[in-house]
Design a protein around this ligand. Structure first.
Ligand code: SF4
Ligand code: SF4
Length: 427
């Protein structure tokens, strides 16, 4: 890619900014604006600030702070009648900050360690899984929780509560395998295992394979796949996302798959945008378009091919939290609800404001913990109104966040992925 393309691409484009007519109809859909009521922390206010920078204003600390407080949940995009693609704007603005604002040594080290060395590396993720597992098994994690010692270090207690757990064996053990369809083969699909999901949601990934098999899908777990780059993209690390995108395209595009499936809405949203991320890469632009067209969220795909009816009744009540990157990013809202309604015995109860962000948002709940916990508190109030036994969602990050909410409120509710409910009903 030519360097000039990079400059054009990695900052908000004036034509995208100009779509905003400042009507304010998005304000009430914005979780950060609802929480603190500041115009500069609303979509309209953030677009206004991006416009100033696009027209020569300097990138100040205040600009960075207001943009970093944005969840990139894209609730404003759904609410906007003028078709403003806010997700595109915030990703480009963060990429511009990343290239123009120097970070301190600690921040640089943390970004290098997490985004370059951990997430794309199977070996390092396995080492991390072993470390997490050790903490869990030795009881050190429980001890720290029980004593509340981490609360002595600011919000470390809350952050620890949100941390993923290791599930051994990891899902990496399934890489390179093919799982046959049950009954006649209807479809041939590839499953993306994710990055952290391979070590912290290994059982969810296995459940996803089983449910796809039950629905006549031959499931391939290609060995050469890698992290999708969603977390990198949300942090403004677009070049690293591009490297990962090219690797996934090379690993998956020529497999003859009917669909490329993910059970993580945050990943799906980025995978469906590979064609935008690589639009100026002449070698990959066309391939990225084909790739993105094949990507489906697992709920979207199962609903579209027609669900084999689940047999075992589940006697429970369930409510559903829309994952932002599924509802707002991919516009998939009905499919997960249809799947849950197809389970005999399961009573579905809609919660108010189900499409308002729970505060998870990738690594947001760690780096903006105070805002994230405030949003979670409100979300748990909405959940409580439904009196449901189970909270279902469609994204691993939301699962972690809502599990922390259920734990803090001691509600005893199970928090599960929609696919896990189907898996139970098929057993
Ligand atoms: S983003 Fe859309 S809804 Fe919000 S102020 Fe601009 S035009 Fe109005
Ligand atoms: S992406 Fe979410 S948090 Fe950010 S401005 Fe839009 S609605 Fe607000």
């Amino acid at each position: 890619m030519a360097a000039s393309d990079m400059v054009i691409l990695d900052k908000p484009q004036q034509k995208d900014l100009d779509k905003c007519v400042h009507c304010g109809l998005c304000l009430n859909a914005c979780p950060t604006y609802r929480q603190i009521g500041l115009e500069m922390d609303s979509p309209r206010g953030r677009i206004y600030q991006m416009n100033l920078v696009a027209n020569g204003a300097p990138i100040t600390d205040s600009y960075v702070e207001h943009l970093e407080l944005c969840l990139a949940c894209r609730g404003c995009e759904t609410a906007c009648p003028s078709g403003v693609q806010y997700g595109r704007l915030i990703e480009a603005a963060r990429a511009e900050i990343e290239t123009k604002v120097p970070r301190g040594p600690m921040a640089r080290f943390a970004r290098w360690a997490v985004f370059e060395k951990l997430l794309p590396s199977r070996t390092n993720l396995r080492i991390a899984a072993a470390g997490l597992w050790f903490l869990q098994k030795t009881g050190l994690q429980s001890l720290a929780r029980a004593t509340g010692i981490l609360n002595l270090f600011g919000r470390l207690g809350d952050v620890e509560r949100l941390s993923p757990k290791a599930e051994l064996p990891t899902f990496f053990a399934q890489y390179g395998k093919v799982f046959p369809a049950e009954g006649p083969r209807r479809k041939k699909v590839a499953l993306l295992g994710g990055c952290i999901a391979n070590i912290s949601f290994a059982r969810l990934n296995e459940a996803t394979v089983r449910v796809l098999q039950k629905n006549g899908c031959e499931v391939h777990v290609p060995d050469d796949q890698t992290c999708c780059g969603a977390l990198h993209l949300h942090q403004g690390l677009r070049d690293q996302t591009r490297i990962l995108a090219r690797q996934n395209i090379d690993a998956l595009l020529n497999g003859g798959y009917d669909a490329i499936i993910t059970n993580a809405a945050g990943c799906g949203s980025t995978l469906k945008e590979y064609h935008e991320i690589l639009e100026h890469d002449s070698a990959y632009a066309g391939k990225a378009k084909q790739f993105s067209a094949l990507v489906k969220d697992v709920t979207e795909y199962l609903d579209s091919i027609g669900l084999t009816p689940p047999m075992k009744p589940l006697k429970a009540t369930v409510t559903y939290q829309d994952s932002c990157h599924l509802a707002h990013g991919q516009k998939v809202r009905i499919a997960p609800r249809n799947l849950m309604r197809a389970i005999p015995g399961l009573e579905f109860r809609e919660m108010p404001g189900s499409d308002i962000c729970c505060g998870s948002a990738g690594v947001y709940n760690v780096v903006q913990n105070e805002m994230a916990m405030g949003l979670l508190d409100k979300k748990m109030n909405s959940v409580a109104l439904t009196k449901a036994d189970i909270i279902a969602t469609a994204n691993p990050g939301c699962l972690l966040q809502l599990r922390a909410g259920a734990e803090m409120r001691k509600t005893g509710q199970r928090v599960v992925h929609v696919v896990e409910l189907l898996d139970e009903a098929y057993k």
